[in-house]
Design a protein around this ligand. Sequence first.
Ligand code: HEC
Length: 166
Amino acid sequence: MSKEEKELRKDELDLVQRIVKRMNVLVYASLFIVLVAMFNIMAPDTAERWFGETEKEALPEEVVAAISDDLIENGIHVKTGLIVDDGFNQVKATCLACHSAKLVTQNRADREGWKKMIRWMQETQNLWDLGQNEDIILDYLAKNYAPEDKGRRAPLKNIEWYTLED
Ligand code: HEC
């Protein structure tokens, strides 16, 4: 055999060896699959526990509702904390686009004050022209987020005081 022939043969042998190695992997893989299948057949309960999909526990209803945006409690929209009243939808759609509802709910102002805040956002924060929604939104804000001392509840008048008797 010439030197070249020998080298060629060695290359061929290498190739065969590599193919056999690959096939080993295949054999082990199929063996593993057969084992898992047998395990499934012979011990289905354990197999289910090990490989089966675990059932997800259902979330409490109020959590689902809060996530799904529907929950209203005592007139407050739970997810945003906004008071539900005329204009709520417009406020929710407009005023939460850039920041959280907290900025709204933590502020108090009269109609003029709210208008100024909107103008300020329009001039400096790229707030768009609110068009016909502006009046609806201002009505909502002025009514529901008025300064504390002129809050939603009208001050009590004409109170008839009585003395406590024992
Ligand atoms: C285009 C984006 C955008 C929209 C839409 C938007 N705002 Fe703002 N707003 C801002 C930015 C930005 C700030 C400043 C935030 C900060 O200081 O962290 C801000 C601040 C505020 C503040 C705090 C002002 C202060 O003096 O501290 C209030 C209140 C407010 N927004 C209310 C509203 C209301 C009500 C609406 C709906 C009409 C609205 N925002 C819609 C961008 C927006």
